[in-house]
Design a protein around this ligand. Sequence first.
Ligand SMILES: Cc1cc2nc3c(=O)[nH]c(=O)nc-3n(C[C@H](O)[C@H](O)[C@H](O)COP(=O)(O)OP(=O)(O)OC[C@H]3O[C@@H](n4cnc5c(N)ncnc54)[C@H](O)[C@@H]3O)c2cc1C
Length: 413
Amino acid sequence: MTETNWAGNLTYAASALRTPRTVDELAAIVAAEPHVRGLGSRHSFNRIADTTGVQVSVAGLPALVEVDDSAREVTVSAGLRYGELVEELDRAGWALHNLASLPHISVAGAIATGTHGSGDHNGSLASSVAGLELVTADGSLLTVRRGDPDFDGMVVSLGCLGIVTKVTLDIVPTFDVRQDVYEGVSWESIADHLDAITSSAYSVSMFTDWGDAGAGQAWLKSRADVTPPATFFGATPASRELHPLPDESAEFTTSQLGAPGVWWDRLPHFRLGFTPSNGQELQSEYLVPRFDAAAAIDAVRSLAPVIRPHLFVSELRTIAADSLWLSPSHGVDCLAIHFTWRMHVPEVTALLPALDDALAPFAARPHWGKVFQSDRERLGAAYPRIDEFRSLADRLDPTGTFANEQTSEWLGR
Ligand SMILES: Cc1cc2nc3c(=O)[nH]c(=O)nc-3n(C[C@H](O)[C@H](O)[C@H](O)COP(=O)(O)OP(=O)(O)OC[C@H]3O[C@@H](n4cnc5c(N)ncnc54)[C@H](O)[C@@H]3O)c2cc1C
């Protein structure tokens, strides 16, 4: 099989990709195969979705978007991409609290890695999971709800606990958003006013190339009835729509210049139907506690000469704490420091240990779906409940059906 991930930096080692049409068919595959791995929309950059056995996509299971108005929940088929469920949800009068930078990713794949958007008060996408249905290693169907024992260990699962078939998500009343982009936030403003900057809108993202000028762009996503500031900590409003990457067309991005629009068409940066970001890229991201944000930014700035030749752009965002054991924002409000690298595979691979080392003093937690070097010892120090997760995986999957080379490197199982 010569299937690759979205970026094309990996060819999967899996012997086959199966797309069952029913849960019974899925259960039969899981029960029969020694090694199985869920595959989402392939947007991860490392081998987290790979296996030497069989990859399984749940995108062929019957599509489901079932709203429960009184419980304020929606249950969706796990293989749906966010962009495929948001309009139906909106038509029913509801919204998700947040979205990642792109709507192209599957719900199961996103929550398995702790994927997040931005906003001081917005937890990761996984934090809105209220329930899960999954096929476990013996082929049986397991349903869990928030509050059940071990639930907090089961959402950000790295794909290690079973094949997720349905996800129940918290919903909020639908809302309109405006997006305003400012150019020219200086490093001095970031150092002096970081909390004020990140709390100034529903969601704030800053994009930088780590040059001396500071953050090139600040993207503010606000409720549509909020009047944005005339200037933003010394930065001025962009006079035209922008792409976060300097050489890309703004046609690929969601609407800016303050035009109000529905939540799902403003919360992501990139539009479904267009290539998000660049496409010829790698990505890394590290989440550090908010109280260490300024020091962590300084640590990365000290590596600017090493980083910049291989970088398209970096993004700085905040994420609210959650209780999920393997969530990179577990237990602490975080700043996420993201890197969109050029497809310079050997050079990026060579510089990652220096980046990992620079951020290790802050117990930085790398994004599970992106490239990083942190080893088992460092991950163990960063995740206080990683041993409990390992025990949970041992119990639900005693023969390691869902383990793979990547997760055994990280978790030792
Ligand atoms: C252009 C781009 C922009 C991005 N922007 C963001 C961003 O804004 N924020 C952010 O946090 N991340 C971002 N990411 C990273 C991305 O969100 C994560 O890598 C995410 O996990 C990808 O989801 P996927 O559906 O492609 O899953 P895959 O990459 O296919 O799989 C990811 C994991 O999910 C597991 N999995 C998939 N389906 C199932 C299932 N049914 N049951 C059990 N396990 C399953 C896989 O085994 C694997 O462990 C971005 C990536 C790209 C390429």
